[in-house]
Design a protein around this ligand. Structure first.
Ligand code: ZN
Length: 318
């Protein structure tokens, strides 16, 4: 009998989010719809004149900019910014197929984490599909560097992220997180970690057209060594957890889940996109493997946390 965890998965129903972009401040409505097996993550944008650009597959080869967020090209000179948090929610929950439709140039920031996406998707439940899931199995270590920072993908029996940051700020400092992925651990330990920024950078960023929508409602605001938000951190090491959330989202641009380990030191969107490009630049670095041929006890959908509507997938599995 085929394991549930070896099957592809989509949303149990559509979910809708109304918000604005953290960089553009432009209001946007974003819908995530279920999609057939084999679709992967696809995105389309409805323009002001009603024209629809897309859907196109959300893949690393479409990444055009990685300054402060990950921006994707949809063709026809149309782009979508800040795709990483919604992708993180989908990938982190173990979803393979989803159709994203939005009507603005940037995904909504919501509370600055992936949790609002996770919560809404969980309320709809997940739907297991007939097709077997495939993984990109890392066969050779691939490393990309920029000064003293790096990102690497390496062979590993499982799905793991090992991420370290080092900021010259007492409230952040050096933080490391080693994360063995399961949907439950993603929801509980990663999904609610918020983005952050320093006030000293805010003026320059805004002059450059970034962070126009950022506020203490959607970001942890930092002034050298202290936090300016009135509410406390959600985790003592919320900063490294958010960087891990970003990495999960950026790595989802591989087109299918990765079987292996991601390691990063002082990394970010640029290195995350580069390490994928470097991986796929040589076919000897990876192979596509059926979940039936991998020991996948670690990603059983049974692992999903309480509050998730599991009936829909149980029913579809039969
Ligand atoms: Zn982020």
């Amino acid at each position: 009998m085929q394991r549930i965890s070896a099957r592809q998965c989509t949303l149990g129903g559509s979910v809708r989010f109304d918000g604005f972009g953290v960089h553009s401040a432009i209001p946007v409505t974003l819908n995530i719809n279920p999609a057939p097996a084999g679709t992967g993550f696809q995105i389309s944008r409805i323009m002001e004149d009603g024209r629809v650009v897309g859907p196109v597959p959300m893949e690393f080869s479409r990444v055009t900019r990685t300054t402060l967020c990950t921006t994707m090209d949809l063709g026809d000179s149309v782009s979508v910014a800040t795709v990483e948090h919604v992708l993180s929610a989908l990938s982190g929950l173990g979803i393979d197929n989803a159709d994203i439709v939005l009507n603005g140039p940037e995904c909504p920031i919501l509370d600055g984490s992936a949790y609002p996406f996770v919560e809404a998707i969980m309320a709809q439940g997940l739907q297991v599909q007939a097709a077997t899931r495939n993984y990109i199995k890392i066969l050779r270590t691939v490393t990309v560097r920029n000064n003293d920072s790096f990102a690497a993908l390496e062979p590993y029996n499982g799905r793991s992220l090992d991420l370290e940051i080092d900021f010259d700020s007492k409230i952040i400092g050096r933080q490391r997180m080693i994360f063995e992925w399961t949907p439950r651990r993603f929801v509980e330990d990663v999904s609610a970690a918020r983005t952050f920024g320093f006030m000293k950078d805010a003026k320059v960023l805004r002059q450059a057209g970034y962070a126009l929508g950022s506020s203490k409602e959607n970001s942890i605001a930092l002034d050298a060594d202290k936090m300016l938000n009135a509410t406390p951190l959600r985790f003592e090491d919320e900063f490294v957890r958010h960087k891990l959330l970003d990495a999960v989202g950026d790595l989802a641009l591989s087109g299918m889940p990765i079987y292996g380990r991601f390691r990063s030191y002082k990394g970010g969107h640029a290195l995350n996109a580069l390490v994928l490009a470097s991986l796929f630049a040589n076919e000897a670095n990876f192979e596509v493997v059926s979940a039936d041929d991998l020991p996948l006890a670690f990603d059983s959908l049974d692992d999903l946390p309480e509050g998730l509507e599991v009936k829909s997938y149980l029913r579809s599995v039969g």
